[in-house]
Design a protein around this ligand. Sequence first.
Ligand code: DX5
Ligand code: ZN
Length: 215
Amino acid sequence: MKAVQIAASVLSCDFAHLAKELSRASDANLFHLDIMDGHYVPNLTFGQPLVAKIRQLTKLPLDAHLMVTNPEDYVAPFAHLGVNWFSFHQECVYHSHRVVQHIKSLGMKAGIALNPATPLSTLDSILPDLDYVLLMSVNPGFSGQEFIPSTLEKINQLKDIITQNALPTLIEVDGGINETNASLVIAAGADILVSASYIFSSKDYGAAIKSLRNN
Ligand code: DX5
Ligand code: ZN
């Protein structure tokens, strides 16, 4: 079985010491970038200047999670900045097939994110086109929230669909992941775990990443 990948979300890092923080978390497989616009979610985070800076500071793949109302506007700019994975929310896009094709045409992996209350059936017609699905295990907007337990069943169901259809689609799970629930999330079928507060509030980021991976 393939080892689970860890995406360290920089949202909880100390931005005053960005270079050091990224280097301390460099055992992760990906850096997860939470882009929030204050419309789609009730919080503002960061945009292209900081993404460019992060790109300069690390060689790890950058996994952008767009929590914005018009994610299609950022596909080309983010591709040009060197972002590698690009996901947007199914709930706020009219033409998700078009956006997915645009993302892939610029050489990025394409993912669709689903909020906890959005059913998997909204992916029925697009799943074969996706490199990954990002299942939210908290309501998007903030790091440091508690994992919503019903996500486990959703991961299970998505894994079954992917397996039955022999799809290469990966499952990324995002929100409230820690040492205690990581094993359940992995057992349910997750391929990538996102973590912000658990990693960046620990003393040893490398050990925290390892503890998530080895669950
Ligand atoms: C929430 C973000 C998450 C968040 C995870 O809207 O999408 O990626 O940073 O934070 P933790 O791991 O603290 O729940
Ligand atoms: Zn995220």
